[in-house]
Design a protein around this ligand. Structure first.
Ligand SMILES: Nc1ncnc2c1ncn2[C@@H]1O[C@H](COP(=O)(O)OP(=O)(O)OP(=O)(O)O)[C@@H](O)[C@H]1O
Ligand SMILES: [Mg+2]
Length: 498
């Protein structure tokens, strides 16, 4: 018998039917995956489970009883914890305070700091990380913030735990820890929901899967049964994607980006690199290897020494000069670095290229902006009811696509992408790869950082590997394989782990 049951659940937002008659159950000690394209309704389902939204019709039953939450803590009190896709931590507060927010251990009316730190260490230790409990969350890299978010949900000792794309920012090793932890939770008889865009995870951690498309339930089935990743993908996107990378070789032109003796505080060594017109170069490394720092330094978003030039013209190191020279960076943490949540999709697309589209440099040209927003929405298949929709109301993956569209609206010569397909569904990934190939064919040089090794191997002409703030490898596609790239990326002492 299922402990958690969704019974004919429906939910609409203006212009969108986010969930349409969805019913399935999850038993104790079972992990149930929820898959579907960006905007399919996955997060909405979890938000109804946790009481953030109220369904229009249907029920959520826990242990046979329909839930009715009267306050935001209703779900927590009912034993439900949700780890959201967009992290909800308080950046100014410490790691420990974030984890135990709402139930801080007290002594004589004051927060018991010693116990708080101890508990936080234990909770984080179970996730395989060693973070200072007093570190400010805002200072942590995104992967660690995601782990803090997970620790926070687990601190409630909930019966039902729902993960919304928990691995999107984690490195391979952290993912393994998370899977071990989930296996442990399963053994304790907890009920687990698991939203992911990574099909392989459905098979490695989940017992059953529900596929949503446009809010409708396409299928629910147990995972071991004669199902391949390809079947799963074709049921999800409605077509078969045999080779999701669809790599196409190209010719290269002159050097487009040249970096020499680049030094910043975050890098352990000076860095030299060169990317030619039409070349797609991957930047791979474990979490904390310095990829994001390197991209930010090249872009001029972090102070630097050394030389960066685009098409032979040297840049002095400010983002605005970079943009004017055609050097763009689409950041990893699009939520805090990129999105203006209350502004429209159209504004969020046009906010950077506006100066180029505007009349005489300062009157906003509404018509051209609309046209550009429409172009980007179509080419990236962004699901939004209108161009005027506030971007904050789009699904997570669609927000990511809007920010990508912002950089694709520029006259780009060198495009740097930090985790370009994070949170993006498999079908849309393929579309994004095609856009990247198209740009490269038109002479754009691409440097993309990704922690998904199959993606780097599948899409790039050449792979640069970083380890502990150094560039430790430069491997052409013909020689790049999973094993040699991982070996380069791992610190020498830990090689035995794998
Ligand atoms: N508060 C809201 N107001 C208006 N529309 C919303 C709101 N929340 C979600 N939606 C819409 O409901 C649909 C489902 O969104 P949801 O976030 O559930 O998708 P998802 O499956 O989680 O997608 P992703 O993989 O991109 O995270 C989308 O079209 C989204 O734009
Ligand atoms: Mg979502």
């Amino acid at each position: 018998m299922a402990y958690l049951e969704f019974d004919s659940l429906s939910k609409s937002f203006p212009g969108v039917r986010a969930l349409d008659d969805v019913s399935f159950g999850v038993g104790e000690g079972s992990v149930h995956a929820i898959c579907g394209e960006n905007g399919a309704g996955k997060s909405t389902l979890l938000k109804i489970l946790s009481g953030v939204y109220r369904q229009d019709a249907g029920h959520v039953n826990l242990g046979g009883e329909p839930t009715i939450y009267k306050s935001p803590y209703g779900a927590i009190n009912a034993g439900v914890a949700v780890i959201y896709q967009e992290l909800h931590l308080v950046p100014e507060m410490s790691v420990a305070e974030n984890i135990f927010l709402g139930h801080l251990p007290q002594r004589a009316g004051l927060v018991d700091k010693k116990r708080l730190a101890e508990r936080a260490r234990r909770q984080l230790g179970a996730l395989g990380v060693n973070i200072d409990p007093w570190a400010k969350v805002g200072r942590l890299p995104i992967a660690l913030r995601q782990i803090v978010e997970i620790a926070k949900a687990l601190s409630h000792d909930a019966k039902v735990i729902a993960f919304d794309e928990p691995t999107s920012s984690l490195s391979a090793r952290e993912v393994e820890h998370l899977f071990e932890l989930i296996a442990g939770l399963k053994q304790q008889g907890r009920v687990i929901l698991y939203v992911t865009h990574r099909m392989s995870e459905v098979f490695s951690v989940c017992d059953a899967v529900t596929i949503l498309r446009d809010g409708k339930q396409v299928a629910t089935f147990d995972t071991p049964e004669n199902i391949t990743e390809n079947d799963l993908v074709s049921r999800m996107v409605g077509r078969s994607l045999n080779d999701i990378y669809g790599y196409r070789p190209r010719n290269y032109g002159n050097a487009a980006l040249e970096v020499s003796a680049l030094a910043t505080q975050a890098l352990a060594e000076q860095i030299d690199l060169q990317i030619r017109e039409g070349e797609i170069v991957g930047l791979f490394g474990l979490a904390g290897a310095g990829r994001t720092e390197l991209l930010r330094a090249i872009y001029g978003a972090a102070p630097r020494k050394g030389m960066v030039s685009v098409n032979g013209r040297s840049l002095n190191g400010s983002p605005s000069e970079s943009i004017n020279s055609g050097l763009m960076l689409c950041p990893e943490d699009r939520k805090s670095d990129g999105i203006f949540p209350l502004r429209s999709v159209s504004d969020n697309v046009n906010i950077s290229c506006r100066r180029r589209l505007s009349k005489l440099g300062f009157w906003i040209d509404d018509k051209r902006e609309k046209q550009n927003a429409r172009t980007q929405v179509d080419r990236l298949s962004i699901r939004t009811p209108t161009l005027e929709q506030p971007i904050g109301l789009l699904s997570g993956g669609n927000q990511q696509k809007v920010i990508l569209g912002r950089w694709l609206s520029e006259n780009v010569r060198v495009l740097m992408l930090d985790e370009p397909t994070r949170g993006i569904d498999v079908g849309a990934k393929r579309e994004i790869y095609d856009i990247i190939y198209g740009l490269a064919e038109s002479g754009v040089a691409v440097l993309m950082a990704s922690s998904e090794l199959p993606e780097v191997l599948g899409v790039c002409d050449r792979i640069l590997v970083m380890r502990e703030g150094r560039l430790v490898g430069d491997v052409p596609r013909s020689e790049a394989e999973q094993d040699n790239i991982i070996r380069l990326a791992l610190p020498p002492s830990t090689e035995a782990d794998f």
